[in-house]
Every structure is written in structure tokens, then in C-alpha cells.
Design a protein around this ligand. Structure first.
Ligand code: GAF
Length: 435
């Protein structure tokens, strides 16, 4: 099995990032910045319904080293130096010299199929939504939104990116990339954005430039969460409370089970769920499903609408209940403590069942992961994120790491699925300068 502790992931140092940056671009960066991925402990598909979420920032992150080209990127010494340095580093062709003075160059440590570092270059003034491929659209969306929101036109900068957030695992690697790029540019350009503005800006980058109709939980988790805490966020107005979340101190662990599958309908399925929620809210004449009472009469809805709304209302209640149980936990001792942890586990399972049967965003691999983890003694388990693939989490006692990991891996093998990646996460700190 592939169970790892968080320490097993090698975290880059600021000096390493600076050296890589210098070897690629031929000059020292101004600094580096770090934005974590997230695990949403509970509160799924509630964010775009103006509801409640309870994510943690995990101890895996996207790192960005940033520099302003000495000659502002015009053809000349810095461009030539960059090209020469790239040749010396044996990465010929991975970094283009800057095409125009105001261009933004980005190089990632991820490699493409030919073994070259993934890289790209664009100019703020030329950005058009939907024209940049894949991962590059995320930083480009941030640059575009900075221009629209603050009037600052970013240009003449280089960025080098490393990440310890697995891509495609549903741990919000692309939102972490957007946040890392934003906080780097915020400092370099002295944009003076507060946390709330950063959250909303990265959400608009995702919605309007990348074209994904996502909510706000992922960006908020990365930006607003304090180390050792979960973020109890009201997505209606972004008011938040930091909830102590120190699983180690409780003798517990939170496992991520990356199913390594992503089903093709994930994007269309997400958009369809969101539309159904909005249509249902309109039937009740409210702005969002958040406004509905827990016992609202759903009889005038279609069967599909009823199921979606039932999930959202119940999930909001589960988030509030989890927060109460976590708060009470601080005071609880002995049996009482055990009962509260077990009640939290039950809420996780109820969340999964609701996502599986009412919201219908789970998939067989995630259902198998949850069932196998529970069968091996987990306190609770559920799928996380948008669904249709990605990861599940399992809340377990510290001594169960191997037992639960082995059971899930064995269940995947029995079903003929590929081997999942399983690792423990803890509540890390939110995005910040890294040196
Ligand atoms: C994805 C989205 F990006 C979030 O905004 C949220 O809606 C989540 O799915 C489901 O809770 O991660």
C-alpha cells in the first residue's frame, strides 16, 4: 500500500526555489509564496448555495517563486541570459525568451510527456477567456482579474512553480495555484488586497476566465485558514470562525484516499447540480437554498430537485452539528470524548450517503473506498470535493493507519481498480509568503 505520513512528502525550501528560478531565468527572484490545497472536512456542494463549509488547509501546497525581469523583459541581456542559463541547466527549450516586454513567463516543475518542464507565456492585454490550455488558464485568469479589479496590468514578471498537491486528486491543486500566484502578485505590485478580496478575485478568475462554475470553499480554505484549525465559513457573507482541529492531540488521523479516477462527466455533472439548485431556489422565490428552513415542504419540486435540495439542507445542518461537536470536544473527557468523535464520524458517513444517493455525485470507486475504510474500523469516511472521482477521506484512530490503508487498497484490487494513493493530512497554515 502507499500510505505515507505528511513528512514523507518532500517540501521545497525557499533557497531551492530561488536556485531553480535563477537557473531558469538568469536572475534572483524577489521571493517565494506558498498556498495550500484543502480537504473539506464536511459541507459539500453547499458553498454555491450560500451555505456552510468546514475545510482545513492541508500540509501540501503550491509554491511560487516570482521575479521582475531586470530589463522588464525587453529583448536584450536578461532575455539572452535566461536562454543561456536554461541551456546550461540542460533544459533547452523549456523556457522561451520573453516575446514582449510585458509578457509573463511561467515554468512548472511538472514535466510533459516528452520530459520537458511545463511552461508558457502570455501577455495581460491579450488574454481572452477560453484560449489558454489547461493549467495555464488558472494563473492567466488571476492576471486578468487583477487588471479588471484593480486596474493593475501585470507584466515583465517570471514565475517558477512547484507543487506537493497531487493534481486531479480533488485536493484543489488548481485553486491553490491561483492563490499562490495572486499572493505573489499582490506583494510584488502592492495591490493591498484583503483576504476577502483575494477569495473573491480567485473565484472570479475560476468562474469568468477558466470557465468553471465553482463555489468559494477551496479558495477560502487556502487563504483564510489558520494552522491547526478548520475554517467554519458562512459562504453567504464569508464570515468565518477558526475551529481548533488538532487530530494528533486527539490520537486521531485523517486519511486522504486518492482514487486516481476522474470520470468524464465531472464538469457537466457539477454544472447541472448547480443549475438544479438555482432553479429550485427560484421556485421558492429565494436567492439561495440557504434561505430554506430545515423542514420546508418540498412537495412542489420534481423528484430530482427534491433530492438535491434535501442534500443541501441536511448538509448545512451536518456542518453546524460537526462544529458544535468539535467545540464541545475541547471540554470533553473519557467516554464523552469518544462519543463525540464517534458522532462526528457518523456525520461524515451521513454526508457520504447523501452525496451518493441524493446529490448523486459519488462514483463506485469512492463508494468502495468509504465502505472499505468503514469495514476496517474507521470512525467515519466520505467522498470530498466536486465528486465523480478524486478523493475520499477517512477519520481514524492513529493506530489504524496501516489497517485502514491496507483494507482500502485490497478492496480496490478486488474490484479491479487501479491502486489508490493513501496518505495522512493535518490542518496546515493558510497561504503566505514562504521565506
Ligand atoms: C469543487 C468546487 F470547486 C467547490 O467550490 C465546491 O463546490 C466543491 O466542489 C463541492 O463542495 O471543489
Amino acid at each position: 500500500m502507499t500510505t505515507e505520513t505528511p513528512e514523507a512528502v518532500s517540501t521545497p525550501t525557499p533557497e531551492h526555489l530561488a536556485e531553480e528560478f535563477e537557473s531558469l531565468f538568469g536572475y534572483r527572484p524577489i521571493g517565494s509564496f506558498r498556498a495550500p490545497g484543502r480537504v473539506n472536512f464536511i459541507g459539500e456542494h453547499t458553498d454555491y448555495n450560500a451555505g456552510f463549509v468546514l475545510p482545513i488547509a492541508i500540509d501540501r501546497a503550491v509554491y511560487v517563486a516570482i521575479g521582475r525581469r531586470p530589463d522588464n523583459g525587453a529583448d536584450g541581456p536578461a532575455g539572452d541570459a535566461a536562454e543561456r542559463q536554461v541551456d546550461d541547466a540542460g533544459n533547452t527549450g523549456s523556457v522561451e525568451p520573453p516575446r514582449r516586454g510585458e509578457s509573463i513567463r511561467i515554468v512548472s516543475d511538472h514535466r510533459d510527456d516528452t520530459g520537458q518542464r511545463m511552461s508558457g507565456q502570455f501577455t495581460a492585454a491579450d488574454l481572452v477567456p477560453g484560449t489558454l490550455p489547461g493549467w495555464l488558464s488558472h494563473p492567466a485568469g488571476v492576471v486578468d482579474e487583477i487588471a479588471k479589479t484593480t486596474g493593475t496590468v501585470v507584466g515583465g514578471v517570471d514565475l517558477y512553480i512547484e507543487s506537493t498537491v497531487p493534481v486531479g486528486a480533488g485536493l484543489s491543486s488548481s485553486h491553490a495555484l491561483e492563490v499562490a500566484v495572486l499572493i505573489a502578485l499582490d506583494e510584488v505590485y502592492d495591490l493591498g488586497l484583503d483576504d476577502r478580496e483575494k477569495v473573491l478575485l480567485t473565484q472570479r478568475a475560476e468562474n469568468d476566465f477558466v470557465g468553471a462554475p465553482t463555489g468559494i470553499v477551496d479558495q477560502a480554505a487556502s487563504i483564510m485558514t489558520e494552522a491547526g484549525h478548520a475554517l467554519f465559513l458562512d459562504c453567504r457573507d464569508l464570515s468565518a470562525r477558526q475551529i481548533p482541529f488538532d487530530l494528533d492531540a486527539e490520537g486521531l488521523r485523517l486519511l486522504v484516499i486518492d482514487s486516481k479516477v476522474s470520470h468524464s462527466h465531472s464538469e457537466s455533472g457539477y454544472g447541472a447540480r448547480r443549475r438544479t439548485c438555482e432553479e429550485s431556489a427560484a421556485i421558492f422565490g429565494v436567492d439561495s437554498l440557504r434561505e430554506l428552513a430545515d423542514d420546508v415542504d418540498l412537495s412542489e419540486l420534481t423528484e430530482e430537485q427534491r433530492k438535491r435540495v434535501r442534500h443541501v439542507i441536511a448538509e448545512n445542518a451536518r456542518v453546524r452539528a460537526t462544529v458544535e461537536l468539535l467545540g464541545d470536544n475541547e471540554r470533553a473527557t473519557g467516554d464523552e470524548h469518544g462519543a463525540r468523535i464517534s458522532a462526528i464520524g457518523d456525520l461524515l458517513v451521513a454526508s457520504h450517503e447523501s452525496l451518493q444517493h441524493d446529490y448523486e455525485v459519488s462514483c463506485v470507486e469512492l463508494d468502495v473506498a468509504v465502505a472499505a475504510a468503514m469495514g476496517a474500523g474507521a470512525l467515519g469516511a466520505r467522498m470530498i470535493g466536486g465528486g465523480f472521482g478524486g478523493s475520499a477521506i477517512a477519520l481514524i484512530h492513529a493506530h489504524q493507519v496501516v489497517q485502514v490503508g491496507d483494507a482500502v487498497t485490497a478492496a480496490f484490487a478486488e474490484h479491479g481498480y487501479g491502486e489508490p494513493d493513501i496518505f495522512a493530512v493535518s490542518a496546515g497554515r493558510g497561504a503566505a509568503r514562504f521565506d
